[in-house]
Design a protein around this ligand. Structure first.
Ligand code: PXP
Length: 252
């Protein structure tokens, strides 16, 4: 990669993908018509979210198939569908055609996505899903731990983007957190040298986001739970605006 394109990427704004799963969690807890998906979409896009991220899980615990169709019809930014590398999800994504797909590991019993993809052990499965999605013109991202050995295999899989799992970092404190931050920085630099776009997400809030946002090679953060919790006090639009501002300030 030449120095100019490298610099261009370094100076790009940091984008925010708003993860709507936790809004839909509230709706599904009582099977009510509220909070309304489209009202949410309009509000967060108006407030400056750069993408709408949603995870259609195999057990349909929050996002439903109809939600995926509605987001595709009404999203005016970018639609980022998180999905497991299964035949069912690959078929649905090929019908819906989101702009981006983030392939994630999925276990039925987990509370939320735990850990990144096993890019080495599950190589064939992830490679097949990536190839099919790529053929449909979908930009594929792999949700992955900041692990150099795994990142090294991503170009062979054919995905142009990785999303670094920040969950471990978010759960640690003190020097252990600092060490994990360094792992994230090294993983970002390594992926950037391979020509990959680097996104990050999971467990990010107003306290732990600035150190991640300050990593200039990261292109996008996907954040959900904190923003929904914050919106209880300030409203969803303000929660998005605050996060965008915090992200921009971390880059100055
Ligand atoms: N990125 C990925 C791949 C995820 O699975 C999730 C959780 O759904 C997020 C980002 C957002 O995490 P959080 O809700 O903790 O902000």
């Amino acid at each position: 990669m030449d120095t100019n394109s490298h610099q261009t990427r370094q100076t790009q704004d940091l984008l925010l993908g708003f993860n709507i799963d936790h809004i839909i969690n509230i709706r599904q807890a009582r099977l009510t018509p509220y909070p309304d998906l489209l009202e949410t979409l309009r509000a967060v896009e108006a407030a400056g979210a750069d993408a709408i991220t949603l995870h259609l899980r195999e057990d349909r615990r929050h996002i439903q198939d109809e939600d995926v169709r509605l987001v595709r019809q009404h999203c005016t930014t970018r639609m980022n569908l998180e999905m497991a590398a299964t035949e069912e999800m690959t078929r649905i994504a090929s019908e819906i055609l989101p702009d981006d797909c983030c392939i994630v590991p999925e276990k039925r019993e987990e509370l939320t996505t735990e850990g990144g993809l096993d890019v080495i052990g599950q190589f064939d499965r992830i490679h097949t899903a990536t190839r099919i999605l790529h053929q449909q013109g979908i930009k594929v991202s792999l949700f992955i731990e900041p692990n150099i050995e795994h990142i090294r295999r991503v170009p062979d899989i054919g995905a142009p983007v990785i999303e670094l799992h920040t969950g471990t970092y978010a759960n640690l404190q003190g020097t252990a957190r600092q060490r994990e931050l360094e792992r994230l920085q090294q993983a970002t630099d390594f992926a950037d040298e391979l020509g990959l776009q680097v996104n990050a997400g999971h467990g990010l809030d107003n306290k732990n986001t600035p150190d991640i946002a300050a990593m200039v090679k990261i292109r996008e953060l996907n954040i959900g739970h904190y923003l929904v919790a914050r919106s209880v006090f300030v409203g969803i639009e303000q929660a998005v605006r605050e996060m965008k501002q915090l992200m921009a300030e971390a880059r100055r």
